[in-house]
Design a protein around this ligand. Structure first.
Ligand code: HEC
Length: 238
């Protein structure tokens, strides 16, 4: 095998490995924890699959609305500017200013309730972490399953516990929403919320995959002339 063919094979292998690693990471891994069933037996909880679709602007917009209304009062998303939400999610800036800015009046500001984490920790027992990257840290499916897994537990300070994150310090903030909707509707709302959270963690995720596809396609097409050229160059040498 000559050097040119070798390096091309190397390139292809590298690309394949990168793609595989990317898929493995996107899958989250790690499962969604364990719980003790009614018979006292420990069972592992399978993650539900989050409906992530960055091309669905309606879902992302609804998710942004839910996030601002239900989550931004406690959690920051320190790396997301309100103006970026307007731009990327196709929401007119006036509407973002009117409905989606719950923690500031400057559209260029990041999402941050500006509450001292120590004070929050004294309220809840743990400080609410920043949520910009939580989907990348935990996986989309983990976050989706977590938000769907609150259950009543009178022994907890807020009357709720969570199957995925045992003894979570977070109250079941979507309780009223869950009560007023059917299970299917509730899952769809939480799906939109998690879709939006995935967007916060990596706004270019969709574009990156599309670009990646065309780059690999380009390399494959390029392989044809390069192969022919290689044959041409070496034909008199042997
Ligand atoms: C009343 C304050 C409060 C509100 C409102 C709130 N949370 Fe939380 N959240 C917390 C606290 C406190 C924790 C830390 C839980 C722990 O570590 O036990 C937490 C933890 C989390 C975690 C787990 C992070 C991790 O990796 O451990 C996620 C995900 C999360 N919240 C998402 C949300 C979403 C989405 C919303 C809006 C629907 C929301 N939270 C609304 C207080 C809040």
């Amino acid at each position: 095998m000559n050097t040119l063919t070798k390096s091309l094979t190397g390139l292809g292998l590298g690309a394949a490995l990168t793609l595989t690693a990317g898929t493995a990471m996107a899958a989250g891994g790690g499962g969604c924890g364990t719980f003790t069933n009614a018979d006292g037996v420990e069972e592992s909880l399978a993650c539900s699959s989050a409906p992530i679709d960055f091309t669905n602007k309606g879902s992302l917009q609804n998710g942004a609305k839910l996030f601002m209304n239900y989550c931004a009062g406690c959690h920051s998303a320190e790396f997301v500017r309100h103006s970026r939400i307007a731009k990327d999610l196709d929401i007119p800036p006036e509407l973002v200013e009117k409905y989606l800015m719950v923690t500031t009046d400057q559209i260029g500001d990041f999402i941050n309730p500006e509450i001292d984490p120590e004070i929050q920790a004294s309220w809840f027992g743990a400080a609410p972490p920043d949520l910009t990257m939580v989907n990348r840290l935990r996986g989309d499916d983990w976050v989706y399953t977590y938000l769907l897994s609150f259950y009543e537990d009178p022994s907890r300070p807020w009357g709720a516990n969570n199957l995925v994150l045992e003894n979570a310090a977070m109250p079941h903030v979507l309780h009223n929403m869950q009560e007023s909707l059917s299970q299917e509707e509730f899952e769809s709302e939480v799906g939109d919320l998690v879709n939006y959270m995935a967007w916060m963690g990596e706004p270019v995720r969709h574009d990156r995959k599309v670009i990646g596809f065309f780059v690999i396609l380009f390399l494959l097409v390029l392989l044809i002339p390069v192969y022919l050229l290689n044959k041409e160059f070496w034909k008199d040498v042997k």
